[in-house]
Design a protein around this ligand. Sequence first.
Ligand SMILES: [Zn+2]
Length: 412
Amino acid sequence: MRVIINHASIFDGTGSPVFSGSVAVENQRIVEISDSPIAPDSGDQVIDAQGKTLMPGLVEAHAHLTWPTSVEKFVPGMYLPPEELALTAARNARILLDHGFTSAYSAGALSKTLEISLNAQLTSGGMPGPRLVPSSVEREPPNESELDPGKVEAHAIGPEGVKAFVKECADIGAKAVKFLISGESALKPGASHELLYSKEELMAAGEQARESDVWLTGHAHANDAVKWGVEAGFRVLYHCTYADDDAIDMLAAKKDEIFVAPTIGIIQATLDANPPPHMDMTHMKEDAAIVLAAQKALVPKLRAKGIKLLPGGDYGFPFNPNGRNARDLELWVEHFGYTPAEVLQAATQFGGEIMGMGNELGLIKQGYLADLLLVDGDPTKDVTLLQNKANLHMIMQDGKLYKAPQNLTVNA
Ligand SMILES: [Zn+2]
């Protein structure tokens, strides 16, 4: 039994112009792409996609499924009791898939093991959600902040402590291990320029990650945080706000193995937030304006050097809910000079690559896994279409129809 999608406009994920064509899916994979309608066999499911755009599923490069707020539920604060956190993360996973995100790369969790357990549920097919690169707690040295992961799990310090953490994360099944290499000015003024780890500790993390076969992910605003992260072998670096030309050259030298996500969603959401009178966001807004200006200058430079940049924007805060993830696409067009097709390539083709599946995910290509969206209208003309899940006529993941189109027919 195949699923045949005829008369579609196809955006294949490479950034090439949309073309008219038809696609057949069998089991998990795309088995045929044709420029004319594909004739169904008996029992095939057929979808007429006239007026709609078929594209690869979106990939969120900076997901926080355990950050509680979503478009369906506002949660003040960040911490929930464990049972509620588990259910909330499962709901957030479903919400991302509902909004067309068929894959997500975790940027860290508020629980040691939750994403790993959740991923087991997702991969067994028992629960809806994106393909997930799961992480453990975001690690930073012990501190007084509300988000201190030491509240979840105490960490030893020094190179040996860091190595033990990486090894433990790998042993329990995390695929990516997240470190806050530098701090966060939105939470503590000036902290984005402070290094939270020594170079020795980061190099130790890199050594252990290679030994344990796990990826390192870094929160890195400070210039040296970017440089040390590159040197230590971090695979994904977030923000990179204050990277200078030397840091950019270091990233460029490893452009085939490193991914950068500037996470503009949270910055714009901070600027847009309209907090109640008892919440003072003055400092956060001042910092966000600085970060936005820095990233508007930075992103074109990184791009010119061929560094892979991906959308993903720290969704999950009360003012930046999970489910709003596709807003990043619009922000890239608005702030970074991308065309819709270019940012869609970043969210699909590069998305497959950040998932470690670039040879089988992120493109509409024969033999690739069928993670597909059928969108009402043309998102390469208006990328904001993807912000409204009602425009997602069909969501297919791994060849299965998660959201079946209303006009699906079965050939007799
Ligand atoms: Zn984050």
